[in-house]
Design a protein around this ligand. Sequence first.
Ligand code: GLU
Length: 317
Amino acid sequence: MSDIPVGRFAPSPSGRMHLGNVLTAMLAWLSVKSRGGRFVLRIEDLDTARCRKEYATQLMDDLNWLGLTWDEGPCAAMPHAPYFQSECTALYEQALAQLSRSQTIYPCFCSRADLHAASAPHRTDGTAIYAGTCRSLTPQQCETYKLQGRQAALRVAVPGRDISFHDTLCGSVQQNLARECGDFIIRRSDGIFAYQLAVVVDDARMGITEVVRGRDLLDSTPRQIFLQQALGFPLPEYIHTPLLVNAQGARLSKRDGALDLGVLRHKFTPCQLIGRLAALVGLLPAPESIDLRTLAANFSWQQIHSADISVPFSWFE
Ligand code: GLU
């Protein structure tokens, strides 16, 4: 691994950036820039039904407006192109072929209804733990499904051991994939590669040394570590940042339209917005206008609150 920290922001262009996305991008940027590192922008546009080129263009315009510029990615240096996941299918195919040499990968014909049957064990986030239904299908059974016109997803069989890692903000995390997750999808039935595989391939080939992202993805990390180990990739440092929540305690989403950049850019300067976010996470005692370079000069993860943060909406009116 290189000595220079390499961080990344990896948004899915499915709408306008909101405050939560800006916070993640800002922390990822500050973390590497405070140590003379490199910042990569990767556009995670695999889900063609939700993602749009116009959103990606807008996103880059918003990041530039904020001053969160990237050293590598679209419109910058591109030593590890492509930076749009929709253009990386051949790389994911290669990883899938490599993975299938050491792991059990099998087609799964289960429908949504099969997966969400009330009898299926569920995870704490409400999603079903896959029971392994298709793991022992015979080639004849697979043929029959195909003749019925059913498209198969691909799943990887997970090990029964615990996967553990240390997160800079969340501390020690442990998950038993067999018990708490089940065999998971690496290619969807429509042929689109799953986020779990794509993110691991891209973080490795781009030489990412630290992954900073929202805590909603903490639960995905053991799956990604399992894939990294199976593919012989290095383990980056993980830092899952607190989520911004509304007064009801629900995570801010693209539906909280008043906090998207389309609105915020009309009300604030970049330095005012950055200063408000910095105060929210513990980098400043109170909101003030501040530029990113000044924040980077004094940045450390020890200052960052680790619990989710309730947004004082009056700060953003
Ligand atoms: N593309 C994901 C998202 O926008 C982030 C993935 C990651 O940072 O690993 O939620």
